[in-house]
Design a protein around this ligand. Structure first.
Ligand SMILES: Nc1ncnc2c1ncn2[C@@H]1O[C@H](COP(=O)(O)OP(=O)(O)O)[C@@H](O)[C@H]1O
Ligand SMILES: CC(=O)OP(=O)(O)O
Ligand SMILES: [Mg+2]
Length: 406
């Protein structure tokens, strides 16, 4: 029996998202989510996508990532697709921070694990969870290849003038302080898919990708190569996000420390968890914010306006970085679903060649589509991301050795 299946794991600080795919036709066999790991109210939602299988939910305390993965494996085993299945070729892990060293998907061995561990100080929220996911999967089936696919990999092409912060070089270098960028798997996938939507090869087009999920980032991709991105040393820089501030004057931190007496950890939590849309209006779900705006809620309106203003500034900046732009692509939860965000972001940018057709923008769908009027200088597109498929492809291409990752 040939092993053609890949399990993709995206381990977050308190959740694990997973998908099992068959790489002969990229089909999904199962998908699921473990939420609130470590809290009393954990939940596993498992959806088999073959045969008659219906969605199954488990409500039980899941104390840590090892327990989460064991629960996932047992659900998969119930459907005859456990981690010991001879049809499973590998597990592909989303690893958020790969530093400068990991520019490609990598089969995990002890030195690779040690390097991911070494990067914990620059990705304290993400890398520990990713490591636990890998170690647990390894322990469950030591013969199964584990592949790490890094969020930072696509951004390792940033030119030095984009990656450098303008601070003392010796200090920066000794502590690895530079801009790394994240969500790279999504930026890579969406920029390629956008080229295809335009009927072009990736190396023929310049694309601005706006990945607007809970975390949000923008990137400028020239001929398939990433030349600028909005996240930095950590996923805190850049756009306004669900709970993260994005760009602020770094002096805000000194001020809060000196004047408000807040500790570094308190400020870290403030900027990562109590800022962004949540900080501005108490909600981080764009659907809820739109609903509140319809009812005349001023705080929700301001949150929306701050969010869109930041986005517009980045679009303008990236037009300047690229010189010539063929397309702006909206993706992830907000980018794919919020017509008001897309309309407000492109609004008033006719001078840059950008426009959104209200009727096209209102159409909902799963397929990549153009929302700019025919004949626009710059195409504006909605291009659903698929990080799991991209991770599965890269993983399979590495273990099957057939170079089919593009
Ligand atoms: N129909 C919708 N309209 C507007 N926003 C939506 C809609 N569906 C999802 N979202 C937004 O997408 C966000 C989640 O995006 P997603 O890409 O799934 O995030 P992540 O993968 O970072 O958890 C939600 O917080 C919500 O704001
Ligand atoms: C890197 C990052 O911000 O990831 P997420 O959007 O999954 O939080
Ligand atoms: Mg996402």
């Amino acid at each position: 029996m040939t092993a053609t299946r890949v399990l993709v794991l995206n381990s977050g600080s308190s959740s694990v998202k997973y998908q099992l795919l068959d790489m002969t036709d990229d089909s999904r066999l199962a998908t699921g989510l473990v939420e609130r790991i470590g809290e009393g109210t954990s939940r596993l939602l498992h959806t088999p996508l073959t045969g008659e299988g219906a969605e199954r939910a488990r409500h039980e305390p899941i104390p840590d990532h090892a327990a989460a993965l064991k629960a996932v494996a047992s659900e998969l085993a119930t459907d005859g697709m456990g981690l010991d299945s001879p049809r499973l070729a590998a597990v592909g892990h989303r690893v958020v921070h790969g530093g400068r060293r990991f520019t490609e998907p990598t089969v995990v061995d002890e030195p690779v694990l040690r390097e991911i561990e070494r990067l914990i100080p620059v990705a304290p929220l993400h890398n520990p969870a990713n490591l636990r996911g890998i170690r647990t999967a390894q322990a469950m089936n030591p013969r199964l290849p584990q592949v790490a696919v890094f969020d930072t990999a696509f951004h390792t092409t940033l030119p030095e003038h984009a990656a450098r912060y303008a601070i003392d070089v010796a200090t920066a270098d000794s502590h690895r302080v530079r801009r790394y960028g994240f969500h790279g798997t999504s930026h890579a996938y969406v920029s390629r898919r956008t080229a295809r939507l335009l009927g072009k090869r990736p190396d023929e087009v310049n694309v601005i990708v706006l990945h607007l999920g809970n975390g949000a980032s923008a990137s400028a991709v020239r001929g398939g190569v990433c030349v600028e991105t909005s996240m930095g040393l950590t996923p805190l820089e850049g756009l306004v996000m669900g709970t993260r501030s994005g760009d602020i004057d770094p002096a805000v931190i000194f001020h809060l420390s000196r004047v408000a007496g807040m500790s570094v950890d308190e400020i870290d939590t403030l900027l990562n968890k109590r800022s962004g849309l949540v900080g501005l209006c108490g909600d981080n779900d764009m659907r809820e914010i739109r609903r509140r705006i319809e009812q005349g809620d001023g705080a929700a309106r301001l949150a929306f306006d701050v969010y869109v203003h930041r986005l517009k500034k980045y679009v303008g900046a990236y037009v300047a970085v690229l010189g010539r732009v063929d397309a702006v692509a909206f993706t992830a939860g907000v980018g794919e679903n919020s017509a008001p965000v897309r309309e407000a972001t492109a609004g008033g940018l006719e001078g840059l060649g950008l426009a959104v057709d209200p009727e096209l923008n209102a159409i909902r769908g799963e397929e990549p589509r153009l929302i700019s009027p025919a004949g626009s200088r710059v195409a504006v597109a909605v291009v659903p991301t698929d990080e799991e498929l991209e991770i599965a492809r890269q993983t399979y291409s590495l273990v099957a050795g057939d170079g089919t990752s593009t």
